[in-house]
Write a protein that binds this ligand. Structure first.
Ligand code: ATP
Ligand code: ZN
Ligand code: MG
Length: 503
C-alpha cells in the first residue's frame, strides 16, 4: 500500500537565509515521519523544492496515511524557521493526495463522494485521489473519512434491498379474532379522531385521548415504576450537534422536521409581512422565507439522543447505576412520506422512551425484567396476539456497531415487539405491526457522549414505547366496543368520557 501526499506551504515571508532550508527540511521531515509513521511501515519525504515564500513537499508512506506526518512537519518547521529566520508557515494545502485501500467487496456500481476526486479500483483494491484539500481538511482527517465513506457505500451496495435481519424469539398464544376492521377507520366513523390540520397528525377527541392515556398509565404503572425508572422532562428540539454525535444526522436527514427561527422579533421588520397578511388574507410564503432563518435544529425524532446529551461529559456515581430514566414529554416528529397510515404510522407520535445506562451485566439482567413486565402487560392486560423478534439493521452489522457474534449471542442489538393486525389479512402472510422495541447498544452512545463511570465498562440502551401503536394494536384486535375488552384493561380504563355529539 502506497500513499502519496503532495503539499504546498506558504511562508509568512521570504527567507533571510535560503541555504539553511535544505538541512532543516530534511531533518524536520525525518523526525515528523518517525513520530507519526514510525515503525508502522516506511515513510519518507520523497521530493521538495522552494521558491520565494513557497515550499513544495511530497510525503510517501507504506504505513499510516502521511497527513499526520505533514502536520507534524509543518508545526515543527514553523517553530524552527520562527526561531532562526523570523518566518512562519502561514498556510498549507494539498493539490493531490493519493491513497490505496482494500474494500470488503468489489463495487457493483460507481461510488460518488462530495469532494473533487478520482476513484479507481481493480477488484477490491481501490485508489482514491483527492484534489485541492485545504488546511482544515488535512487537519480533520478528511482523507480517512473519505476512505471510510467509500467503504461504507460499497458495503451498502451489497446489503441494500435485503431485508433486515429478523429472527423470531417468542410468540404469544394465538387469540380468537374478534374484530377485523381497520381501527382508525372505525374511530373516524365514530368521530373519536380527526386527521390533523397538517401532515400525518391526528386530533384525538376525549374518548380516544382517554384510551391513549390509559395506555400510558399502564406502561408506567406496570413496567416503569415497578422497575425503578424515574421521569425526566427534556427539551423538544434536538441540536445538530447531538444528532451528529448519535449518527442520526448522517443516517436520517430526510426523516426530520426542521426548526427555523424568526430572524428578528422586531415588529417593524415584520411590517411588510403583516401588511400583506392583512391585505391578501394569506400567508405570503416568499416574504416569510426572507424573515426566517434556515433550519437551526430538529424537532424531536427520538428522545434518547437528548438524554445522552444530558449525561455528556459526566461521570455517573456507582450508587446511581444502573441509571433508569424515561421521557414522555418530547413528542416524536418524523417525515414518513408515503408510509403514513391511520394512527399507526403518523408524522407526529407519542412515545415513552426509557433509557438505561449501566454495567453490561446489569443491562442484560434489566432487559429480562423489562421483557417479563412487558409480557405481563401484553398477555394479561391487553391480551394481545404478539411476538418478539431479534432484529439488527444491516447497516449496524456491517458498520461493526453490532457484530455478528453479538447478534448471535443476543447481547447487543434490538428486539422488536410485533402485533397481529387482523384487518391486514391472515396472520401467516400479513405484515404485523411493530408496536415497540427494546435495545442494548453497548458503549456506542456512552463513548460518543463521553459518559463515564467510576470503574468498569458503561453500556446503554433504550426502549421505544409507541403509544399510538399500543392503541392501534389493541383496538385492531379487540375492537371499539368496551364490552369486548379484557377485564383488566376495562379496570384500567374506568369510565370512558361520553362521546362528543356532533349534529
Ligand atoms: P418502523 O420500522 O415502524 O418505522 P422504527 O424502527 O422507525 O419503526 P423506532 O425508531 O425504533 O421505530 O421507534 C420505536 C417505536 O416508535 C416503534 O416501535 C413505534 O412504536 C414507534 N414509532 C416509530 N415510528 C412511528 C410512526 N411513524 N408512527 C407511530 N409510531 C411510531
Ligand atoms: Zn432510543
Ligand atoms: Mg421508521
Amino acid at each position: 500500500m502506497e500513499h502519496r501526499l503532495e503539499a504546498d506551504l506558504t511562508l509568512s515571508g521570504p527567507l533571510k537565509d535560503p541555504s539553511a532550508l535544505g538541512p532543516l527540511v530534511t531533518k524536520t521531515a525525518e523526525e515528523a515521519v518517525q513520530r507519526t509513521i514510525g515503525a508502522k511501515g516506511e515513510g519518507r519525504l520523497t521530493e521538495w523544492s522552494a521558491e520565494g515564500d513557497h515550499l513544495k513537499v511530497v510525503f510517501e508512506s507504506t504505513g499510516a496515511r502521511p497527513h499526520q506526518a505533514l502536520l507534524a512537519f509543518v508545526r515543527r518547521l514553523g517553530e524552527e524557521l520562527g526561531k532562526s529566520q523570523k518566518v512562519g508557515v502561514r498556510t498549507f494545502r494539498s493539490p493531490k493526495y493519493r491513497t490505496h485501500f482494500t474494500l470488503s467487496a468489489a463495487p457493483e456500481k460507481p461510488v460518488a463522494i462530495p469532494l473533487p476526486h478520482r476513484l479507481t479500483h481493480r477488484g477490491t483494491e481501490a485508489t482514491l485521489e483527492l484534489d485541492d484539500l485545504e488546511e482544515p481538511g488535512l487537519r480533520d482527517n478528511w482523507m480517512d473519512r473519505a476512505v471510510a465513506l467509500v467503504k461504507e457505500k460499497v458495503e451498502r451496495q451489497h446489503y441494500e434491498g435485503k431485508e433486515q435481519f429478523w429472527s423470531l424469539l417468542t410468540s404469544s398464544p394465538r387469540r380468537e379474532t374478534a374484530f377485523a376492521k381497520d381501527p382508525t377507520e372505525e374511530m373516524l366513523r365514530r368521530l373519536w379522531v380527526r386527521p390533523g390540520p397538517t401532515k400525518g397528525k391526528w386530533f384525538l377527541g376525549p374518548t380516544a385521548a382517554h384510551l391513549f392515556r390509559t395506555m400510558e398509565r399502564i406502561a408506567r404503572e406496570e413496567v416503569l415504576d415497578p422497575l425503578g425508572f424515574h421521569e425526566v422532562v427534556q427539551p423538544h428540539h434536538d441540536s445538530f450537534d447531538i444528532l451528529l454525535r448519535t449518527g442520526h444526522m448522517e443516517g436520517l436527514p430526510g426523516e426530520f422536521y426542521y426548526v427555523a427561527e424568526p430572524k428578528t422579533r422586531d415588529p417593524v421588520a415584520w411590517e411588510r409581512f403583516t401588511d400583506l397578511v392583512k391585505i391578501t388574507g394569506e400567508v405570503p410564503k416568499d416574504e416569510l422565507a426572507k424573515m426566517v432563518t434556515g433550519p437551526t435544529a430538529v424537532s424531536c425524532y427520538a428522545q434518547c439522543p437528548t438524554i445522552y446529551w444530558w449525561l455528556s461529559g459526566r461521570t455517573i456515581a456507582t450508587e446511581s447505576l444502573p441509571l433508569l430514566v424515561y421521557d414522555k414529554s418530547a413528542v416524536s416528529n418524523r417525515y414518513e412520506s408515503g408510509g403514513r397510515h391511520g394512527l399507526e404510522r403518523v408524522d407526529e407520535f407519542h412515545r415513552i422512551e426509557p433509557v438505561y445506562v449501566g454495567a453490561p451485566d446489569d443491562l442484560v439482567a434489566l432487559r429480562e425484567r423489562l421483557l417479563e413486565r412487558y409480557g405481563r402487560v401484553f398477555n394479561d392486560i391487553l391480551e394481545l396476539e404478539w411476538r418478539t423478534a431479534w432484529v439488527t439493521p444491516f447497516y449496524m452489522q456491517q458498520s461493526g456497531q453490532v457484530g455478528l457474534e453479538d447478534s448471535k449471542a443476543h447481547v447487543k442489538g434490538t428486539i422488536d415487539f410485533e402485533a397481529y393486525l387482523p384487518y391486514r389479512g391472515p396472520r401467516e402472510t400479513s405484515e404485523w405491526l411493530e408496536f415497540q422495541n427494546l435495545s442494548i447498544v453497548g458503549d456506542k452512545y456512552t463513548k460518543a457522549f463521553s459518559i463515564k463511570t467510576q470503574k468498569g465498562e458503561l453500556w446503554s440502551g433504550c426502549s421505544g414505547i409507541g403509544l399510538e401503536r399500543w392503541l392501534t394494536a389493541f383496538l385492531a384486535q379487540k375492537g371499539l366496543d368496551p364490552d369486548a375488552w379484557p377485564a383488566a384493561f376495562r379496570d384500567y380504563a374506568g369510565t370512558l368520557p361520553h362521546d362528543v355529539k356532533f349534529l
